[in-house]
Each structure stands twice: as C-alpha cells, then as structure tokens.
Design a protein around this ligand. Structure first.
Ligand SMILES: NC(=O)C1=CN([C@@H]2O[C@H](COP(=O)(O)OP(=O)(O)OC[C@H]3O[C@@H](n4cnc5c(N)ncnc54)[C@H](OP(=O)(O)O)[C@@H]3O)[C@@H](O)[C@H]2O)C=CC1
Ligand SMILES: CC(=O)N[C@@H](CCC(=O)OP(=O)(O)O)C(=O)O
Length: 345
C-alpha cells in the first residue's frame, strides 16, 4: 500500500513521515508541497538525511490518484475543503488532519473557522476519527476527519464519566494547555522564542475553534450538554497537551468507583492508560508517543471530580491518531507503527 502526504513540510506531515517510515504495512509514501516542489524532504528536515530520499512533488490530484491508495491531508484549515472532494471522488481513502471535515453542520464550521465549508455530501461521509470512541465506524470509513489535539485529550478524559455518571453539566470546566508545535511550523510573532520562553499565556479566550468540536462529540453522549467552558494556554515547551477538567457529579461517588469506571472503560485500549490513585500524568510521560494518559480523582471534601488528560499533540493529537485510524480501516493491528515508547527525559 502506498500513501501520499500533502503538507509534508509541516510538523504534522513530518511526523507522518517519521511514523510511516517504520510502518510494516505502508511500504511506500510520497510527499507533496505547494511551495517547495523538487526539493528533497530531508532538505526541509535534515534529521531525515540518509533515511529518506523522497523529493517533494507538486500537488497534482490526477497523478496522486494514479500513484497512491491513501492520502493524508496535513494542511492548514481551508485547503482540504478544496482538495479532499476531488481526491475522494477518484476513489482514494482520505485522512484529514485539519478541522475541515469535523463538523456535520456547515454553519458551525464557517462561524468558528471563518472559511467556506466543505460540500455537505462530503461532510456526511466523513467519520470523526476519535479511534477509541468511534472504532466501529472507523472500520468501514473511507474518509476520516481526524480530531483536533485539544478535543482528543478532552473527550477521552470526559467521555467515560459523562457516559456512566450523572454530572451537573453546567459545572464542567476544561482548562487546557499546549506546547508551541501545536501552532505549526510557520513562524509567527506569538510563537517566536522571545515571546514564548519563560512565559505562560492564555489565548483565543472563549473563541477557540475546538469548542464546537468538543461540544459536538460530547453531545452524542448527552444531548442536554450546553455550551462548554473551555480555554487554552500556550506553554513554553515543544510538544504536549494537558487538559485539566473539573466537574461535579450529581451524586456522591468514591475514589475507587471513579477509577474502576475509567479502568473498565479503557481496558481494551492500548493507547489510553489510566493512572492509579494519587498518580497524575505529565506531558513528558507521553512525549513522542501515541499514548493518552489520564489521571482522575474524586475530592470527598468538595464532591468535585478532577480529570487530567495528556497527549503529544503531534502524535495522538494528530499524525499518530491518523495512522491509528488507517490501521483500523485496514483491519491490521491498531498499533502498527505506533508502539514506540515515550521519549524521556
Ligand atoms: N500541530 C499540531 O499539533 C496539530 C495540527 N493539526 C492540524 O493539522 C494540519 C497541519 O498542521 P501542522 O503540520 O502543524 O501545520 P504546519 O503549518 O506546520 O504545516 C502545514 C503545511 O501545509 C502546507 N500548505 C500551506 N498552504 C498550503 C496550500 N495552499 N496548499 C497545500 N498545502 C499547503 C505547507 O507546506 P508547503 O508550503 O510545503 O505546501 C505547510 O508545511 C493543520 O490543519 C492543523 O490545524 C491537528 C492537530 C494537531
Ligand atoms: C498551540 C496552538 O496554537 N495550537 C493550535 C492548534 C491548532 C489546530 O490543531 O487546529 P485545528 O484542529 O483547528 O486544525 C490552536 O490552538 O489553534
């Protein structure tokens, strides 16, 4: 099987190259660019010197359709809206890392992304690829809307509780933080070293584009869920997302019942690891890996639950989950190419 990576010169695309290079089933991959045609991929990422000789190719949909079976879109939002319908209609499988295919409602996308939405029929066919939750429908999908990084950490953290316990829905607060690679490779003032180093800052306050994505997914568990309270912070680190989630169950719980619930829920999911009592994950403990680590506690004094969910934004939050979804679609071991342990320290 051969894969194409469109947007390979970005961080998500380069992470796809790193994973596919060690993938037993995808024997070949090719890399595409809108701005660096003819250049070697390793000129853009010298860490791939003598590992891959792939040259960056022009994005020509007809040629791509003849050469590959699956296309990863690792492009900024707005690009997949244009390209994916053309690729999909030629019979290829598409996995889109951007936000373009995540919403069934075009108005929601256009409101939050301020771009023209994909055609309705394409959106209807896209499956939201949060693997652990949607594995059964991912199996038969040909078009995957790969989830956003913050939604992946947040939804995996909240889902077992909302599914099994009555929660005061207004009490839910999601306080999220990200490393700088979440913003992509392109330089901007806000992500330059001087602005980020030894700094900690909130951004996109109450207007982050991942708010409606989290709402859409969690409403499938409880349609009564109202607007969620979600904010994001930029942390001076390269990779990693931490979502700290607070909420109040309507009835008293015990620490043990909460932990049993999470451990049972994720018992067959290799890539979600639930911590033991008193043990909370840090972002370095999933660095460079496809794991989502979750720490949970019930505070008997206040009656509130705290959930801490961490991922590597480029792995489980993007390229790792994209390959996990492809593996599920292919019917091969879900972890193919993804079993590498986290890099530490
Ligand atoms: N970074 C992260 O942690 C996560 C990112 N995502 C999403 O994944 C996608 C890729 O993100 P990321 O890799 O960080 O972004 P980058 O900015 O690092 O890379 C995006 C790449 O897209 C290509 N591109 C830009 N404009 C166009 C265009 N008009 N047509 C075709 N290709 C274009 C560029 O390559 P070239 O100039 O060579 O064409 C660029 O290298 C985004 O939609 C992002 O929101 C999702 C989850 C997490
Ligand atoms: C640190 C940082 O800037 N992160 C980006 C993540 C962008 C992203 O993943 O965008 P889509 O999922 O919408 O494609 C942000 O918060 O906007």
């Amino acid at each position: 099987m051969k894969a194409a990576i469109i947007g390979a010169t970005g961080y998500g695309g380069a992470e796809l190259v790193r994973i596919l290079h060690q993938h037993d089933y995808i024997k070949q991959y090719s890399v595409y660019t809108s701005s660096q045609v003819g250049m070697k991929f390793s000129e853009s990422y010298p860490q791939f010197n003598q590992i891959t000789n792939e040259q960056l190719k022009e994005i020509d949909i007809d040629k791509i359709s003849e050469e590959v079976d699956v296309v990863f879109m690792a492009t900024p939002s707005g690009i997949s809206n244009e390209l994916t319908p053309k690729i999909f209609e030629r019979g290829l499988t598409v996995i889109d890392l951007s936000g373009d295919l995540r919403f069934k409602d075009q108005d929601v996308y256009e409101t939050w992304y301020k771009k023209k939405a994909s055609p309705k029929d394409v959106l209807q066919k896209a499956v939201y690829g949060l693997t652990e939750i949607n594995r059964e429908i991912v199996k038969d999908a040909k078009l995957i809307a790969n989830p956003g990084c913050y939604p992946t950490a947040t939804i995996l953290g909240l889902y077992p509780l909302l599914k099994n316990v009555k929660v005061d829905l207004d009490s839910i607060i999601i306080d999220a933080k990200s490393g700088v690679s979440g913003a992509g490779r392109k330089a901007s003032l806000a992500t330059s070293y001087c602005e980020v180093n030894e700094n900690f800052r909130i951004y996109k306050v109450n207007e982050h584009q991942h708010i409606p994505e989290i709402e859409q997914a969690l409403k499938t568990v409880n349609p009564e869920l109202g607007p969620i309270k979600f904010n994001t912070h930029l942390v001076p680190m390269t990779r990693g997302i931490m979502a700290t989630i607070y909420c109040k169950p309507l009835n008293k719980m015990t620490e043990k019942s909460l932990r049993d619930l999470y451990q049972d829920f994720y018992q067959n999911d290799t890539f979600v690891r639930v911590r033991e009592e008193g043990n909370y994950p840090s972002t370095k403990e999933v660095y460079g890996s496809n794991y989502c680590d979750i720490g949970i506690t019930y505070d008997e004094r206040t009656g509130w639950v705290t959930i801490v969910s961490v991922i590597d934004n480029l792995m489980k939050g993007a390229a790792g989950q994209a390959v996990q979804n492809l593996n599920v679609m292919l019917g091969i071991d879900e972890g193919t190419g993804l079993y590498g342990p986290p890099l530490f320290p």
